[in-house]
Structure formats: structure tokens, C-alpha cells
Write a protein that binds this ligand. Structure first.
Ligand code: HEM
Length: 357
């Protein structure tokens, strides 16, 4: 009698193939979910760390909580077309909405702190493209990855007794993260602007621009002010009136529109494009692609910038994130911060100070 196998050979091969596919899909889920491979830090973990550092302030942004909405136009001069096929670089005038802010999660903090002064923007073109960007007044960032960002928030939490970080924790963090030294030296050597209206703002992260001919280049960009930067006295920051930086900015805007040049710096082969802690050497080619004109400061209210999310990975065709891991981390963190504050009833800082000019 002939014994037939329970499963014919072609059927066994099919089962093996199905098994392999199931395993591959499960592996992919595990990888994406962060259960295997490099440990991931979620946006929610970042929000927790920011709240641990600055306290819980329901309804406000978890970072850069103290801010002011702004609006104006970007006048493209056409020079950017060489670098990117994004419509924003075609000659023309495009509406801009955004926000000035000071770093930190406490919306009631005084302005006398040697921390980031920032500009966030959404630039729109009539064909529906959007470019969202969040920039700080420094060219580099203290840390290069999100694990270190979370560690920094934990280590630098002000001790309620002294108002200063625990020196032992900070010392241990700095010993593990020597890259922070470059940022500390940068902050010492560069001015802290006395207003948002006279400060420069930098993308810090690198991005990849591709032009209509398909040529791709790594770039960073900067908004360089036409107003002369006036530096605050860093030794007397404690004496600064609580809202001094905001008040000076509003007073300047009351005198008329404020202008910045959007200057794109092009990387050369070998320049580090995936680390926000690394400066590019001086002398890189730059292209002035147009002028940002801010003429309004608006209350931070619904319909203005209160509910905007300045996720730096929301980019028009012709611009793409670099491999800098901070970019994906920022996208996740800004989204988590927005979800939390929206769920708490989003609140506005300094809503009475702003007015339309
Ligand atoms: C290249 C480095 C960075 C720059 C230039 C930058 C810039 C900014 C700016 C300008 C804002 C204010 C946005 C606004 O006015 O709504 C902001 C907010 C924020 N940043 Fe960053 N940031 C950087 C890195 C990071 C990193 C690494 C994280 C954490 C992973 C982070 C977390 C946040 C969060 C949670 C907010 C509040 C977002 C919201 O609720 O809308 N940032 N950042």
C-alpha cells in the first residue's frame, strides 16, 4: 500500500513561505514599534521629560511655552529656484504666519534667561504647498539625539530649593555628553538678542533640497535680521523686567515692518549633515533667496498661532529632512505636545500684550 504524506511537498513549501511572510511582518511591526533594534523615545516620553523639568502647565506648549503670534509675507527673489523646486522660491510674495518664543515650558517665566530665542513659521503658496519651520537663535543644538535631549531635561531640572539644577546631576550628564561643551561655548561667545525683532534664527538641522533638474544638495538656512542685533547683558539677566524681550519686540513692530533675509548655506562633501551639534566650516556658499517681512504681532489665540504645530518635517516637494535623528524626534514631540495642550483646553500666553499695528 502506498502511504501518502499528510502534506504534499508543494503544499509544505507554500506553508513555509506563508510562515516566513508572517514572521517578516511581525518583525517589521516589532521594529516599527521599537520592541527590537535601537530603543526609541516616544513623543510622549519627551513631553513627560519637559514637564518634569518645567512643571505641568495645562494648555500650554511643553517647550517654548511663552510666545507671541506673528504674521507677514515672504518675498522670494527667485534665487532659491536653483536649489529647490518648492514653489516658495519662485519669485513672488507669499503669506506667512508664525510665532516668536522663548525656550522653556513655563509660560509665566521671566525673559532674563540665557536660553533660545525662537521663530517658528508656516509659509504657504497658492498651489497648497506648505513649509513649516522652527528656528532658534543659535547655529547648533546642545545634543545630537533624542535620548540625550530627554537626559538633559532630567539633569537640568531646577531644584525647587535653589532654583538651579543639581550640580552633581548636571556634572554627571556633561561628563557623559562632552558634545554639550560646544553649545555652551557658542552661547558664551554669541549675543543674546534684546528683542525677537533684531535676532538671527537658524534651522540648526540640515535638510535636503532638490531642484527641478533633480539635483540634490544638503543645506541649512538662516533668517538674518536687517535690524542691528542689540545684545542683552548676560551678567545682568536677573535684573531684566519680566517681559522685556516681548515688550521691546512689540515696541519695534509698532514703528513699522521688520525684515530678515532668508539665507541658505550649501554643504560641501564631507560636511556633517546628521548632527545638530556640528557646525559647518566657514566659507560655505550661501544664497540669499528672499526677504521675510513681519508686520503684525497677534494675540496667541485660536485662529492665530495658538493651535499651530511647527513640525519641521512638514515640507513642500523639493525639500526633505536629512538623516538627522532629531528631526523625526521633533515631529513626534511637537505632535505629543499639541495633543496634550489641545486636550487640556489650549491656553494663550501674553494674550493681552499683542496688538495689530
Ligand atoms: C534643531 C533643534 C530644535 C529647534 C531649532 C527647535 C525649535 C523650536 C521652536 C521654534 C519651537 C516653538 C514652536 C512654536 O512657537 O510653536 C519649539 C517647540 C518645541 N520643541 Fe523644539 N526645537 C529643536 C529641537 C527640539 C527637540 C530635539 C525636541 C524634542 C525631541 C523639541 C521639542 C519641542 C517641543 C515639545 C515644542 C513645543 C511644540 C508645541 O507644542 O507646538 N525641540 N522648538
Amino acid at each position: 500500500m502506498k502511504i501518502r504524506p499528510a502534506i504534499s511537498l508543494p503544499t509544505a513549501a507554500a506553508y513555509a513561505l506563508i510562515g516566513a511572510i508572517v514572521l517578516a511582518v511581525a518583525g517589521l511591526f516589532a521594529l516599527v514599534g521599537g520592541w527590537i533594534g535601537t530603543p526609541r523615545v516616544s513623543g510622549s516620553t519627551v513631553s513627560d521629560a519637559l514637564e518634569y523639568n518645567a512643571g505641568h502647565h495645562p494648555g500650554y506648549r511643553r517647550a517654548h511655552a511663552k510666545g507671541l503670534c506673528i504674521s507677514g509675507v515672504f518675498e522670494a527673489n527667485g534665487a532659491g529656484v536653483e536649489l529647490s523646486r518648492a514653489s516658495i522660491f519662485k519669485p513672488g510674495s507669499y503669506p506667512v504666519a508664525g510665532r516668536f518664543s522663548i525656550a522653556g515650558g513655563n509660560p509665566l517665566a521671566g525673559d532674563g534667561r540665557n536660553v533660545f530665542h525662537s521663530m517658528a513659521l508656516i509659509l504657504r503658496t497658492p498651489d497648497g504647498q506648505q513649509w513649516r519651520t522652527g528656528m532658534d537663535h543659535t547655529e547648533i543644538f546642545p545634543v545630537a539625539d533624542v535620548e540625550s535631549f530627554v537626559g538633559l531635561q532630567r539633569a537640568s531640572r531646577p531644584d525647587p530649593a535653589t532654583g538651579k539644577p543639581d550640580p552633581a546631576r548636571m556634572k554627571a550628564f556633561l561628563a557623559d555628553h562632552p558634545e554639550v561643551r560646544a553649545f555652551q561655548q557658542y552661547m558664551q561667545a554669541h549675543p543674546l538678542p534684546d528683542a525677537f525683532t533684531d535676532g538671527p534664527y537658524y534651522s540648526i538641522n540640515a535638510f535636503r533640497f532638490t531642484n527641478a533638474q533633480g539635483m540634490a544638495r544638503y543645506v541649512r538656512w538662516a533668517m538674518l535680521p536687517e535690524d542691528q542685533t542689540v545684545a542683552l547683558d548676560k551678567k545682568a539677566l536677573g535684573d531684566l523686567p519680566k517681559d522685556a524681550v516681548f515688550d521691546r519686540s512689540l515696541a519695534r513692530l509698532a514703528q513699522g515692518p521688520v525684515r530678515w533675509h532668508l539665507v541658505v548655506t550649501i554643504a560641501e562633501p564631507g560636511d556633517v549633515t546628521d548632527k545638530a551639534t556640528a557646525m559647518w566650516p566657514a566659507g560655505r556658499r550661501t544664497v540669499d533667496v528672499g526677504t521675510l517681512i513681519i508686520d503684525k504681532a497677534l494675540p496667541e489665540a485660536a485662529g492665530n498661532c495658538r493651535d499651530m504645530v511647527f513640525d519641521p518635517t512638514i515640507l513642500p516637494p523639493g525639500m526633505a529632512p536629512s538623516a538627522d535623528p532629531l528631526l523625526a524626534a521633533r515631529a513626534a514631540a511637537y505632535s505629543s505636545s499639541f495633543t496634550r495642550r489641545a486636550g487640556e483646553g489650549a491656553r494663550s500666553s501674553l494674550s493681552t500684550a499683542a496688538k495689530e499695528f
